[in-house]
Design a protein around this ligand. Structure first.
Ligand code: PLP
Length: 426
């Protein structure tokens, strides 16, 4: 039931006909005067509404121990919230710090601490090294890369596969090069590919020999609980794996409720070895007397326990799974069989990864823009915004309402087909 024939197999005449058809379809698309935005992975209003009960909480001003949450103190965060996250992330409460509303801020301050002071296993601060490099699986999260660029940290890319980063390439890089100090990993439903790091690859990341004694895995589990199907992927237990391999301080884990409760008013956590937690808190104590414990308590009352978080995530799934299905339907309808595009079928997270014909991603994004469909800039998922093959586009379907997702994705399919037709006939 494949309505399309591979472009590569068409005769010149048929190709010219196909190009003319796509030009017509695109003209019709432009004439509709759409104004749609699929640029950022933000929760929709309907998702935010799921957490509105938070606005009337907390119902008390005291935590479990009787401490007044309105006051200063408790730098490591509310004990009951740390316990809840410990259960969700399969770590010990003593390994968890509950912070402010942004895990990205915690990642940033962690790297700043490495640069200024060095970590638990660092011979010296990273800023005293000639060169600092990170391994960056691509495609990846744009803000991870822009953060490193802002620090002058060099990025070495490896491919992201369906089961995690190209582990043989990672092992080869870190083995002999002491300037490689870290790697970004989004282990569960990666941004943007949706890949889940397998147990085997997590174990190899935890155990691999590294030339730098303070090589650090920045394990950004932003989408740990964001399942789109009933099969709930379990993140590898990186802290235990690393400790068992003799590298207890190698991983630092991050997560937040940005896409669980409110993106702008949730709670972020860091989890790591007790030595790393002590190191992080020592430096944090120079910049803070304590976190927003009122918000911590509000979240504890709202969820009650770890199961409360899981149940809440099923509410999100009901809202966003149909949008992901709509993306797949529209792309299949418009592109299946042409052999000019491949896209991911994520079982969780916030994104669909669309790979178009090499050299056409920028053109697709420009065509979409002219037709009133805003997409994430081509190349955004690569360091310095540069995709060497100019083929990768990140689609973010959560924010618009379902009908808009359908319309936008049908339009994107038209742009992909037109750009491909232009390319092969050029
Ligand atoms: N990490 C990843 C992989 C993300 O995709 C995002 C948001 O898009 C964040 C972190 C941001 O997290 P936070 O809102 O906790 O700063």
């Amino acid at each position: 039931t494949n309505p399309h024939t591979a472009l590569a197999s068409l005769s010149d005449d048929d190709l010219a006909g196909f190009l003319a058809e796509q030009r017509e379809a695109y003209a019709a698309l432009r004439a509709r005067g759409l104004k749609l935005d699929l640029t950022r992975g933000k929760p929709s209003a309907a998702q935010l509404d799921l957490s509105d009960a938070l606005l009337a909480l907390p119902s008390t001003t005291k935590d479990r121990a009787g401490v007044d949450v309105r006051n200063y103190g408790g730098l490591e965060g509310l004990a009951e919230l740390r316990e809840m996250f410990a259960e969700l992330l399969w770590v010990e409460p003593s390994q968890v710090v509950a912070g402010g509303n942004s895990s990205l801020t915690m990642m940033y301050s962690t790297i700043v601490d490495f640069l200024l002071f060095g970590g638990v296993d660092s011979p010296r601060p990273w800023s005293q090294e000639d060169t600092v490099r990170f391994v960056c699986p691509v495609p990846g999260y744009d803000r991870h890369f822009s953060m490193l660029a802002a620090f002058g940290i060099e990025m070495v890319t490896v491919d992201m596969h369906d089961d995690g980063p190209d582990i043989a390439a990672v092992e080869a890089l870190v083995k002999d090069d002491p300037s490689i100090k870290g790697i970004w990993i989004v282990p569960t439903y990666a941004n943007p590919s949706g890949a889940v790091v397998s147990q085997e690859i997590a174990a190899r990341l935890a155990a691999m020999p590294t030339a730098a004694p303070d090589f650090t895995i920045f394990w950004d589990n932003a989408y740990a609980f964001h399942h789109l199907t009933e099969v709930e992927a379990k993140s590898a237990d990186i802290l235990t794996l690393a400790a068992a391999s003799g590298h207890p301080n190698r991983p630092i884990m991050f997560a937040s409720t940005s896409k669980i409760t409110f993106a702008g008013a949730g709670v972020a956590v860091l989890a790591a070895s007790e030595a790393n937690v002590k190191w992080y808190l020592k430096h944090l104590s120079m910049s803070s007397i304590g976190p927003d414990k009122v918000n911590h308590l509000r979240h504890v009352e709202f969820f009650k326990d770890a199961e409360g978080v899981r149940a809440h995530m099923r509410g999100h799934r009901d809202i966003i799974a149909p949008k992901f299905a709509a993306v797949d339907e529209a792309l299949t309808e418009g592109l299946d069989g042409l052999e000019v595009a491949e896209w991911s079928h994520p079982t969780g997270g916030y994104f669909v990864n669309l790979d178009v014909l090499d050299g056409t991603a920028s053109r697709v994004v420009a065509l979409a823009k002219e037709a009133g469909i805003a997409l994430t800039p081509a190349g955004a998922s690569f360091p310095h915004g540069h995709d060497p093959r100019d083929r990768n586009i990140r689609l973010a379907p959560t924010f618009p309402v379902l009908d808009e997702v359908r319309t936008a994705m049908a339009g994107v399919a038209t742009c992909v087909a037109l750009a491909a037709a232009e390319k092969v006939t050029a």
